[in-house]
Design a binder for this molecule. Structure first.
Ligand code: GLU
Length: 311
């Protein structure tokens, strides 16, 4: 366990406004920090800028404020952090942990896939680029050992990176730094002690722990909260056309988010103002009540419409 004062974070990707699923992750990370008097920081993960929407970062900040989720300090913006990622990449290269990869997506279509549907990299370029080929991406060489970690919601987890993921990309063919590298560099830069985020990233955590170990960085404590799915069982996201959080009836939406996290407010507080609901919720937050399922169906249907208009 980490004994440093609690510093948590919410790290949205500004590909669109927040939806109900991202609200659940934001509320969980905020309450887990506030419940112990910790700090809660914000990071705009606009690393993959071609997928980002120019107005989404501002929209997200306004939505968080409107839902009573007030972060501490300045927002860290990934698109301004290339120098830090380049430094980490150079360290990995000095350690001999990196190698160039020439494989195209189509060359890897026959490679085996893990249960998340990701390609397990077969190591084609591990011992050198095939003659006449050019470097496209950079990969980290992973060892054939199990990475163990404890998730506060899911318990003891393990993954063999070599068998289940393969050597993974830290600098992409389009020249962008990969999420796995940036998240590790930024979590340590922001002094994050506790990561609370969606369960879609549970499977990515061993990659991040491995990078932390290579770079000599501390590993935060992890907790992965359930993803919210739509009626078709798909994760709420921009791709699945999840509606933006409504800008009225916020108390009702927050009540649903708390219920999804196993922290339903008492009847007299249901649909109260966000500040009142969040004050109650941070005083009563119990991470052990968060459901352990990786995904749960949106309890009351996607809050597409205003349930009770705010005054
Ligand atoms: N930016 C990621 C997302 O919006 C979250 C990354 C993280 O919390 O580590 O899903």
């Amino acid at each position: 366990m980490n004994s440093a004062p609690y510093v948590g974070r919410f790290a949205p990707s500004p590909t669109g406004p927040l939806h109900f699923g991202s609200l659940v992750a934001a509320v969980a990370s905020c309450l887990d920090a506030r419940a112990v008097g910790g700090r809660w920081l914000l990071r705009m993960e606009d690393l993959d800028w071609p997928r980002c929407e120019p107005s989404a970062a501002d929209a997200i900040l306004r939505q968080l404020e409107a839902y009573g989720l007030h972060w501490d300090g300045a927002v860290l913006v990934q698109s301004q952090r290339d120098g830090a990622y380049a430094e980490a990449l150079a360290t990995l290269e000095e350690l001999g942990a990196l190698y160039p990869c020439a494989c195209t997506r189509s060359q890897l279509t026959q490679a085996p896939r893990n249960h998340e549907g990701e390609i397990i990299y077969p190591g084609t370029c591990r011992n050198g680029l095939p003659a006449g080929s050019i470097t496209r991406a950079w990969r980290v060489r992973v060892p054939d050992v199990s990475t163990h970690f404890h998730d506060r919601i899911h318990g003891d987890m393990q993954q063999n990176l070599a068998h289940e993921v393969g050597d993974f990309i830290v600098k992409r063919a389009d020249g962008l730094f990969a999420y796995q590298l940036a998240v590790v560099v930024d979590d340590v830069f922001q002094g994050i002690t506790h990561v609370v985020r969606g369960a879609d990233l549970l499977w990515n955590t061993p990659r991040q722990i491995y990078l932390q170990s290579l770079l000599g960085l501390p590993t935060p404590v992890y907790a992965h909260v359930p993803l919210i799915t739509n009626v078709a069982g798909q994760k709420l996201s921009k791709q699945t056309h999840a509606p933006a959080l409504p800008d009225c009836g916020r108390g009702a939406v927050l009540t649903q988010a708390l219920a999804a996290l196993g922290q339903p407010p008492p009847v007299e507080l249901m649909c109260a103002e966000p500040a009142e609901l969040l004050a109650w919720a941070s005083a009563h937050w119990k991470i052990e009540n968060v459901p352990t399922q990786a995904a749960i169906a949106n309890p009351a249907g996607a809050p597409e419409n205003c349930l009770t208009p705010d005054p």
